[in-house]
Design a protein around this ligand. Sequence first.
Ligand SMILES: [Zn+2]
Length: 389
Amino acid sequence: MSSIEQRKVSRTIDLPPIASEKLSDVGFFVREEIVKRGDTFTSVLGRLKIDNNELSRFLISSTAVKKKLKLKAGDSIRSIGDHNGAVTKITMLSRNGNVIDILLTDAGFIMAPAEFESRQLLGSGSIQSSLYRALDKNGISEKLGSEMAEILSSEIDFNRDIRSGDQFAILYSANYLDNVYISSGQIQALEFINDGETHRAYLFKDPKNNRSGYYTEDGQNIKNTFLRSPLKFSRITSGFSKRRLHPVLKKWRSHKGVDYGATTGTPIMASGKGIIRYLGTKGAYGRFIEIRHSNGISTRYAHLSKYAKKLKKGSKVDQGQIIGYVGKSGLATGPHLHYEFLVNGSQVDPSKAVMPPGPPISKDLINDFRLQVIAAKLLLAKQDFIAGK
Ligand SMILES: [Zn+2]
């Protein structure tokens, strides 16, 4: 953790802006074009005002380019030129995050994977009307905002708990290429003051297994061993209840699960780590998965349209791993996920069950973690929480 800078841009997607900017401090030109449907290298080079036969020939006839580069609408091509305006480098940024450079060398143009430079950035803001407006106003991408919401999801319900006056600060890594921002990386630390209460989370990577997680200041796992919902974005269409009129059977029955409305094909995540105990069709449940977790807990997922590939009875799954997709198989009026949470074999209301927290930072690593926390806190303290900033 060394350099830190404050950054103000407006960005909602993680692609760089379409811009022709002069980077006077480094003395070259950067031009950028987004690939449109039906574009060819020739048409994009034309829009970039590049008239370079050697480069055109390389892009059109090189077998390496043919194999590795397929232009797709939404990709972007950036050209970098020297003081005289001659192109020295072309950078291809694909929408899926791949970045490839085409460089001018003594041996002519060559293709090489681009190397990013990682920087640390600090973003902060205060909420007046909505979180997304506050993110936008302070130049923080929606992607980072939803990652923040995901990290704090066991402490704050971002759909319901956000108040005007709430404040946040996010310390994150970002990828730069030729001094130009490309994409955000992981959130390293964050602070969120919700309704007067301060929540903090710090990223820590276990050097032994390279697994990372978010922890409170004293090393407690911020995540529960179970997700609040097995779907990323969802709404509960039918809660857990003792009695309800069954929509298909038209009979009064108890509903020993939670229904989440979602479109067919929405990915379903294992809500906790465990072993698949059942995967197959099961009567009214339709396509069905049951996972056995530790401490006598099981979870059930019903009415699936399909299962995730390679999963079978006995497979180990991690929390958040995609196990299948929403559908309406079995006894269902429309596509939804029927989710059950069982403790010692009986269904309980998952919204009322006490979810055990994930494992804390182990004793042998706690000092390393504390040092990281001190460094991150110093950086987070650089934000100035001024309402309306
Ligand atoms: Zn149901």
